[in-house]
Design a protein around this ligand. Structure first.
Ligand code: MD3
Ligand code: FE
Length: 204
């Protein structure tokens, strides 16, 4: 299969709008219910002691974590239970759009309630920035902001919708990015509303 063509490119970030159909989105939510049953969502604290507004958990060999010691990957859920495997359906999306050479080590699951947001940051807790990062949006619309590779540069924004997939590779791997806000209740996918973002990464 040839690689699909992105519908939009923003500062080198490739956006595949409407890549996942509704049935696939529902199947992914069902896969994630199993993951969250084994590895419950938690609200991590940054090194400054402030709780993040996004709740998260992970699947894969590693999970992303933050506490007073700072940002890092850890090999088990904070409860001590191992991270569940990354669901096959999610690995298939990685293979189609990110890489056929290597599987991701981590699938970070971010849950955004009505008021959650994520400040502008770079993803740099991984060993090799040569591997792309892939993100899947499910549920309510979110205002995604993308800048350049330096803090304080100009930024552009785009609304991400349920079923959109974003790939950050090459020079775009280290761009600043964040979620300003979600538009609560704009998608029927999650019956209680909110947004789920899945981020797939090679860690080491
Ligand atoms: C651009 N998550 O978990 S996904 C994150 O919607 C994160 O939850 C946001 O940023 C979310 O780190 C944004 C889109 C995204 C993810 C990773 C990137 C954009 C990226 C890595 C490099 C550049
Ligand atoms: Fe990020």
């Amino acid at each position: 299969m040839p690689r699909p063509v992105p519908t939009t490119t923003l500062a080198g970030v490739e956006i595949f709008e409407g890549y996942l159909d509704r049935d696939t989105q529902e199947a992914l939510v069902s896969d994630l219910r199993d993951v969250v049953a084994q590895a419950p969502l938690f609200a991590p604290k940054t090194r400054f002691g402030k709780e993040m507004s996004v709740r998260m958990t992970s699947a894969g060999r590693y999970g992303w974590f933050t506490d007073a010691c700072g940002y890092r990957y850890i090999d088990a859920h904070p409860s001590g239970t191992s991270w569940p495997p990354i669901p096959k359906r999610i690995l298939g999306i990685w293979r189609a759009l990110a890489s056929k050479e290597r599987e991701p080590d981590c699938c970070l699951i971010n849950f955004y309630g009505e008021t959650a947001k994520m400040g502008l940051h770079q993803d740099r807790d991984e060993a090799d920035f040569g591997w792309p990062v892939l993100s899947i949006s499910l549920g309510d619309e979110a205002l995604f902001r993308v800048g350049g590779t330096e803090r304080g540069g100009k930024t552009q924004s785009i609304w991400l919708r349920s079923g959109d997939v974003v790939v950050m590779g090459g020079a775009a791997r280290l761009v600043y990015h964040g979620i300003d806000r979600i538009k609560f209740g704009t998608s029927p996918l999650l019956s209680q509303g909110g947004r789920i973002n899945l981020t797939l990464r090679v860690v080491d």
